[in-house]
Design a protein around this ligand. Structure first.
Ligand code: TRP
Length: 334
């Protein structure tokens, strides 16, 4: 047993740090940074450990969480039009970032296979478990699909796919882009652009601004699933960084501002409390009602979508919309 006074990750000791699994080091560094800030935050990318990914699948099945159903509708009913607009004229890759369970994407892949078009599906996801489940489901549903899954984060995967000879359709579906603050969203899009060759396409999901109550209900769900999803962050930190968060002493809160289009999600400390994180060898104090910001979910106008595309060098080919006009899959070209 490690003594309670020796942190597992002494971040000031480069030699010790070098032996730490890189993923946990990232978590340690970022949690230290976020919980030491004046306005505490935990990056939403840590929501998706294996448990988190499986809770997120439950979120996607809730009727209040409309984005999944909207995009399912778009990809089910309009895949022929999407395929028509690709116009690659030779075999291509479909590279999906943050593939998740792939149920929506399957609608598009199925149509492509029926059309007899030659392509390879390259799903990229940070969760190995999510990727393994995805592969199993895809093979079962579409046995003839050519598939090359890649586990890792987006940026480290760019080199693995930059084969200029084969055109690419990049998929960045769901409301993934909305989880990046404006500047980071623009940076991500410009790194997509840099990884793409001229003629490559990007199909990217944007959740649109709409009746604010519809948005609020999607994020403040009555079943407590979104709450469990957020609290799982603390369980994960307890497990991976040997911390002693008392999860029941935290609540979930979220807020939609229809003027800015931002949904912000938080954990709330219900009491004044101290939490020890063994891996950092540090104690963190929380005041009663102190917030930990966990997620931004930006909702967009078409003007914002067009200027994001333009700013980063893309041409907007087409906006594919669901029947309620809640959501768009926007097809961009380099
Ligand atoms: N990131 C996704 C989104 O913005 C998933 C999500 C839904 C989420 N509700 C959340 C993430 C609450 C954090 C907090 O739609």
């Amino acid at each position: 047993m490690r003594s309670t006074t020796t942190p597992l990750y002494d971040l000031s000791q480069a030699d010790d740090a070098a032996v730490i699994v890189e993923e946990n080091l990232n978590l340690a560094v970022e949690i230290d940074h976020g919980l030491s800030a004046d306005l505490k935050f935990i990056s939403s990318k840590f929501l998706y450990d294996d448990t988190g990914s499986s809770i997120f699948r439950k979120i996607m099945q809730m009727k209040e969480y409309y984005p999944t159903a909207c995009e399912f509708e778009i990809l089910s009913l309009q895949s022929a039009q999407i395929i028509d607009s690709l116009n690659f004229g030779r075999p291509f890759n479909i590279v999906e970032f943050g593939a998740g369970d792939g149920i929506k994407t399957r609608q598009l892949l199925k149509k492509l296979l029926e059309t007899g078009i030659d392509f390879t599906y390259v799903p990229i996801d940070i969760s190995e478990q999510a990727l393994a489940d995805l592969q199993e489901n895809m093979i079962e549903a579409l046995p003839e699909l050519k598939m090359k899954p890649l586990a890792g984060d987006y940026f480290s995967m760019f080199h693995a796919i930059s084969d200029a000879a084969t055109p690419n359709l990049f998929l960045f579906l769901g409301s993934n882009i909305g989880n990046y603050p404006a500047e980071a969203a623009s940076e991500l899009l410009s790194s997509f652009y840099a990884a793409m060759s001229s003629g490559d396409k990007l199909l990217i999901g944007f959740d649109l601004q709409k009746n604010p109550k519809v948005i609020r209900n999607a994020y403040d769900d009555p079943h407590g699933i979104t709450k469990a999803f957020n609290l799982n962050l603390l369980t994960r930190i307890n497990r991976e960084l040997q911390a002693n968060f008392q999860v029941s002493q935290f609540d979930f809160y979220c807020h939609y501002d229809p003027i800015s289009g931002e949904v912000k999600s938080y954990l709330v400390s219900l009491v004044a409390q101290k939490v020890w994180i063994q891996a950092l060898g540090k104690e963190f104090s929380f005041q009663q009602n102190e917030l930990i910001w966990t997620e931004l979910s930006q909702k967009y106008t078409f003007e914002q979508i067009n200027s994001l595309a333009k700013e980063n060098g893309f041409i907007v080919n087409h906006n594919f919309l669901d029947c309620r006009h809640y959501f768009t899959d926007s097809l961009w070209e380099k």
